[in-house]
Write a protein that binds this ligand. Structure first.
Ligand SMILES: NC(=O)c1ccc[n+]([C@@H]2O[C@H](COP(=O)([O-])OP(=O)(O)OC[C@H]3O[C@@H](n4cnc5c(N)ncnc54)[C@H](OP(=O)(O)O)[C@@H]3O)[C@@H](O)[C@H]2O)c1
Length: 247
């Protein structure tokens, strides 16, 4: 069950954290995986790790914020990785500030990478899915997109935007055999949250029903499920992986 043999997956933001764990999980299930991000040395390290366990993985340098270049770059995928069956839009950044102090550049930087970058990459990848009349698109949003968060108006707007984006695509592409879903993590132990002070961490953990931060593996499991054949009748959904932080 939940095998992905013969499928090609493309994971953005695969150089670390949640994206790297998603790539590991998809490879474990039998998919060949394109590992995309800006830090090529990290991608190469992960590709070697996956190859050592018998998986096929391709490190692929990509800057999602360079919107005009994304489609052309996607076309440079080598033949054996070019028909993407599973697209995981995971790359994302934060640039926090209280709203009154937030600069327009902070707003635009986060929206550009998180939302417009996802638009550009999805448009490039969906063409092949339309041709073969099947595909899976799984986008990593955040519960912050559903519940808001102080100091994260830009990030929350981008993550809420991804939900509207995904539901719209679910409607546009449903009859073409493509499902489009969202995974919305809560607080997950990665570089993105390690900057938080102990006090903030404790305060956050106190709001989580399960009483702990999530792991990248918790998120990857939900993504791998949505990427599988078994999830074929699920589309336009948002699965919160937040330990009950948001219900
Ligand atoms: N950690 C959490 O608590 C949490 C909670 C909810 C949602 N999320 C979401 O989960 C996703 C992964 O987060 P994470 O915690 O694993 O963060 P992370 O450790 O900071 O990793 C972010 C990934 O995105 C990539 N990335 C950033 N800008 C990029 C760009 N312009 N082009 C291509 N790739 C880019 C980074 O690679 P390079 O720097 O190498 O390009 C990196 O691989 C994000 O969308 C985040 O918003 C995280």
């Amino acid at each position: 069950m939940f095998r992905l043999d013969g499928k090609t997956a493309f994971v953005s933001g695969a150089s670390q954290g949640i994206g790297a764990e998603i790539a590991r999980r998809l490879a474990e299930r039998g998919a060949r995986v394109v590992l995309a991000a800006r830090s090529t040395s990290k991608l190469e390290g992960l590709a070697e790790e996956l190859a050592a366990s018998g998986a096929e993985a391709l490190p692929f340098a990509l800057d999602l914020a360079d919107l005009e270049a994304v489609e052309a770059r996607f076309k440079e995928l080598p033949e054996e990785f070019s028909q993407v069956d599973i697209l995981v839009n995971n790359a994302g950044i934060t640039d926090d500030n209280l709203f009154l102090r937030m600069k327009l550049e902070q707003w635009e930087r986060v929206l550009r990478t998180n939302l417009s970058g996802t638009f550009a990459l999805t448009r490039a990848a969906v063409r092949g899915m339309l041709r073969q009349r099947s595909g899976r698109i799984v986008t990593v949003s955040s519960v912050v997109g559903l519940m808001g968060n102080m100091g994260q108006a830009n990030y929350a707007a981008s993550k809420a935007g991804l939900i509207g984006f995904s539901k719209s695509l679910a409607k546009e592409f449903g009859r073409r055999g493509i499902t489009v879903n969202v995974v919305a993590p809560g607080f997950v132990e990665t570089a993105m949250t390690e900057v938080l002070s102990d006090e903030v961490r404790q305060q956050m953990a106190s709001q989580i029903a399960l009483g702990r931060f999530g792991t990248a593996a918790d998120v990857a499991a939900a993504v791998a499920f949505l990427a599988s054949d078994e999830a074929g009748y699920i589309t336009g959904e948002v699965i919160n992986v937040s330990g009950g932080l948001y219900m």
